[in-house]
Design a protein around this ligand. Structure first.
Ligand code: CUA
Length: 319
């Protein structure tokens, strides 16, 4: 249900941290394969030897040789485990920070069950809030300041970075960068209630200039209604319950408990990756959001057909 293309998984890294994690995965995989084959090889050799010759007493002086073999095996095991430990610590350091002052800073807050996204800026007026879809520039590092508003969630975009828990009342920083343009699927990776499975998002990585254009457009207030139908749709939005929970910047709607809808029409999905963002799905969603995402906090809105059509026309204009 997302605009994301390609294969989404840790085995298809698209950034420096994901590459480091992938390298660690390869080292661990092949070390385990070699250890497995050696152990099974010795076990099979011992079995076949025992079956051919039957039980035999340990020869005189054999205990010493046996002890030497066991010590060697223990020594090799210790070396292998410490090598893997060192590799793991090194990967942790590689992925923890990208050490730059030119990063894009995004505050990401988990909610049951959607993502609040705020692009930070030194000038408060240039900060901007959106939801469920992050745009980032390629190559340039991004630092995400992650937290949660309710329960523990977990941020995970397998192509770009490892997982990070979002803990209520506690903010941590996670760095990532995308080597190439693309749409990368992300999701919540910690069970957080009924709709944990419908808590997804997309990261759209695009060249720096495109990203700046996107950010500039998102900073703009919502487009004004341009005809009577859109005008009526905006009135429906303000007088039905929508404005109590949602914000549309540039209007009187300042609700703070649900996703910002200022540029809703530009997003790829509805309900945090639950449905594709099409007029038909938006109509279903407005009338009865509990049908496709049971348990979410948005109530049903049994609007008359003409009001619904006007509302959809208005929301569809919010590019
Ligand atoms: Cu949020 Cu699972």
């Amino acid at each position: 249900m997302s605009a994301a293309q390609g294969i989404h998984g840790v085995l298809h890294p698209a950034g420096p941290q994901a590459s480091a994690i992938y390298q660690l995965w390869l080292v661990m995989l092949w070390s385990s394969v070699v250890v497995f084959l050696v152990v099974i090889g010795f076990a099979v050799a011992a079995l076949t030897h025992g079956m051919r010759r039957g039980p035999e007493p340990v020869p005189v002086g054999g205990e010493k040789e046996l002890a030497r073999h066991v010590s060697t095996a223990v020594g090799i095991t210790v070396v292998v485990l410490f090598t893997l430990l060192a590799e793991s610590v090194w990967t942790g350091r590689q992925t923890s920070s990208l050490q730059t002052s030119t990063a894009v800073t995004i505050a990401l807050t988990g909610h049951q069950w959607w993502w609040e996204v705020e692009y930070e800026d030194a000038l408060p007026a240039r900060r901007v809030v959106t939801a469920n879809e992050l745009h980032i520039p390629t190559v340039r590092p991004v630092v995400l300041k992650v937290t949660s508003r309710d329960v523990i969630h977990s941020f995970w975009v397998p192509n770009l970075q490892g997982k990070r828990d979002l803990i209520p009342g506690y903010t941590t920083a996670i760095w990532l960068a995308a080597d190439q343009p693309g749409v990368f699927r992300g999701r919540c990776a910690e069970f957080c209630g009924l709709q944990h499975a419908h808590m997804a998002f997309d990261i759209v990585a695009e060249p720096e200039q495109e990203f700046e254009r996107w950010l500039e457009r998102v900073r703009q207030p919502a487009r004004r209604p341009e005809n009577v139908i859109e005008q009526h749709g905006q009135e429906v939005f303000m007088t039905a319950r929508c404005a109590g929970c949602h914000t549309i910047r540039g209007t009187a709607a300042h609700g703070g408990i649900a996703p910002d809808l200022t540029h809703l029409a530009a997003r790829g999905t509805l309900g945090a990756g639950t449905l594709p963002n099409t007029p038909a799905h938006l109509g279903e969603w407005v009338l009865n959001p509990q049908a496709s995402k049971p348990g979410n906090q948005m109530p049903a809105n049994p609007l008359p057909a003409d009001d619904l059509a006007a509302l959809l026309s208005y929301l569809g204009s919010l590019q």
